[in-house]
Unconditional design. Structure first.
Length: 618
């Protein structure tokens, strides 16, 4: 039997390949890409204006930045990501921007406004004096460093809990569990009850496999609630800030005190209220701490002028440290759930913290090395997700082919199938929308709940429709991918016609909503521009969302249109061959699914050929 260390050693090598490829891609983009292209890709804001600066509750120097020429483009800025400021004389110049030597990080992003953490007061002076200022994403060395450190610790582990879990996940050991009669949760269905009981029985690991619409979050929240009846505190993580926000909000709605490490993606009072920073600033001892810090800053300025304040500053620093520790301890003592991203589990605020149980939501979207960052802090691990939906993002083809995209959840499902519970009843889709996905991805085990089995918008309406689109695609460079303008126009025309059958008054009174989904970012941008120009859809625009497949993960809509884009003589479909993305796209629909694509091109692939045959046979 293969040593459990060998897969992890290979994983580390693949992570190094991914690291080197991403760094090279960043360096190449920095040297050769124009500002206009960087802005379109969502990795750059230019030009920006500098707003007020201040020290936040964690004593970090921050500055507010706003876009002076807002762009309707999906950007990639979010909490914790490193950024650099730069100056540039013109938007079209290639490789001519001058980056500043200060690596900063994003604290908040909200629409056209961003709050940036600065490394020093000199950085603030430099950006305040700069003209034609912009910001762009910097290579994220911090995340890679955290993943490498976690893998190294797991590889070196001997005779402890971490080594035990490592060997267990590799299939070397048999998972242990408690034995007790199943506890009843009558508000859950049978499979959900079994999943919660499996979590409570597990001494080492359990997996909640939740296909689309099966109530994975409901089940996970119940499992966390029941675990907290037996444990004082748990750690809840996910790959993305958005996923952490979602599970945190659900837990808060159940009255569970949550402490969110890191800042939420959606900046509103409800989300902010359970962040570490907001709780820290609201603590009764914080005004005194703020006053001490302010005095220290003033005394540093005095010392620069030659005044002797050494002893007083030492006493103030000691008092500040005492207050910080008191507030920190109080916040963790009050929290029943500590929530953060997987990379965030390596945050300095969590140093010395250990948890009996770690819950990882959306585990099938997380790189395995990121999971180990959090697992080091836990005694047992509960994973929830669906490895038949969106996989982790791996940018390097060599690393992907080597297996970096194989998640820890997939590995445990393969090596320890007894710890997996499949949620089988879905509450989202019309049965005919569900059936093809069930056959292709879940061995036909999915069932539609009676409440959704036959629901539709129009009488005698076909729940799934394929609209043939023979229009030719266009390739727009390696950074933008594919676009099919005529198909985009056909997509909007199809939507307008279907909404016309429903009627605007009924559409608005029943609060119907629509998703227009496409695998390609440029196609999504073009579809948005067409939607803006549609007079027929103008009154309903608030109910229509346009995005890539990745942008709709975890969401659902009454009506879904999918623009597949690919149309060529050779039957080439690119990453449409990643069938998990198509599974996500199709299963967003509650009552109506319309797929727009060139049937002849797509039918070259057996999956899409079966899909066409399935739709034709309904």
């Amino acid at each position: 039997m293969e040593s459990p260390l060998l897969p992890l050693q290979r994983l580390r090598s693949l992570l190094q390949i991914e690291h080197d490829a991403e760094r090279e891609e960043y360096n190449l983009a920095s040297r050769q890409m124009s500002l206009e292209r960087k802005v379109r890709r969502g990795i750059c804001w230019w030009p920006v204006a500098v707003g007020r600066s201040y020290h936040n509750s964690l004593n970090q120097l921050v500055v507010e930045i706003t876009q002076t020429e807002p762009q309707d483009i999906d950007h990639q800025f979010e909490y914790g990501r490193p950024i650099v400021f730069f100056t540039a004389p013109s938007a079209g110049e290639v490789g001519g921007s001058a980056p500043m030597p200060h690596v900063c990080s994003v604290s908040y992003v909200d629409g056209e406004r961003m709050v940036v953490v600065l490394p020093s007061s000199q950085a603030l002076i430099d950006i305040q004096n700069a003209t034609s200022l912009g910001i762009q994403l910097y290579f994220d060395e911090t995340s890679f460093r955290a993943m490498f450190a976690a893998l190294d610790e797991v590889l070196k582990a001997k005779g402890d809990r971490l080594a035990y879990l490592r060997d267990l996940f590799a299939g070397q050991l048999k998972p242990q569990h408690f034995t007790f009669r199943p506890l009843p949760f009558p508000w859950l269905n049978e499979a959900q009850q079994e999943a919660v009981n499996q979590v409570l029985r597990a001494k080492d690991v359990a997996i909640v496999h939740g296909p689309p619409g099966t109530g994975k979050t409901t089940t996970l929240v119940e499992a966390i609630y029941e675990t907290l009846r037996r444990e004082t505190q748990v750690l809840v993580c996910a790959q993305s800030n958005m996923a952490v926000d979602w599970i945190s909000e659900q837990l808060t709605d159940h009255g569970i005190p949550v402490l969110r490490i890191g800042n939420p993606t959606r900046v509103n009072d409800k989300m902010l209220s359970f962040t570490y920073e907001r709780r820290f600033a609201d603590h009764p001892d914080y005004p005194e701490l703020w006053a001490v810090r302010k005095t220290l800053r003033q005394m540093r300025e005095q010392r620069q002028r030659g005044e002797s304040t050494h002893q007083k500053m030492a006493r103030l620093r000691e008092r500040a440290a005492e207050l910080e520790m008191r507030i920190h301890s109080a916040l963790f003592a009050e929290a029943r759930v500590v929530a953060c991203t997987l990379v965030g589990a390596g945050h300095r605020l969590l140093v010395g913290q250990h948890f009996s149980t770690l819950f990882i939501d959306e585990a099938a979207q997380a790189l395995e090395p990121a999971c180990w960052i959090a697992i080091r802090r836990a005694g047992r691990v509960i994973l929830a997700g669906d490895h038949q939906q969106l996989p982790p993002t791996v940018k390097c083809y060599e690393a992907q082919q080597g297996g970096l995209g194989v998640t820890l959840m997939e590995r445990i499902v393969r090596n320890q199938p007894s710890v997996v519970t499949l949620l089988q009843v879905q509450y989202r889709m019309h049965e005919q929308i569900m059936q093809f996905s069930s056959q292709e991805f879940y061995h036909g085990q999915m069932q539609a709940h009676p409440s959704v089995r036959h629901r539709s918008i129009l009488e005698l309406d076909r729940p799934i429709l394929w609209v043939d689109s023979p229009s030719p695609e266009a390739f727009v460079g390696t950074t933008h991918g594919r676009i099919n303008r005529e198909e985009a126009q056909l997509t909007l025309q199809t939507l307008e016609a279907y909404v016309g059958k429903i009627g605007h008054e009924r559409f608005l009174s029943e609060r119907l909503d629509v998703a227009v989904i496409t695998p390609y970012r440029l196609q999504a941008q073009y579809l948005r521009s067409l939607l803006k120009g549609s007079e027929a859809l103008r009154p309903l625009r608030h109910a229509i969302s346009v995005n890539t497949v990745d942008g709709f993960q975890g969401q659902e809509r009454d009506i879904v249109l999918i623009s597949l884009v690919r149309s060529n003589e050779h039957g080439q479909i690119g990453f449409l061959s990643d069938l998990r993305r198509m599974n996500v796209a199709m299963t967003r629909a509650r009552m109506k699914l319309i797929i727009i694509g060139h049937a002849a091109t797509l039918a070259h692939h057996p999956f899409y050929r079966r899909l066409l045959e399935y739709i034709e046979g309904l």
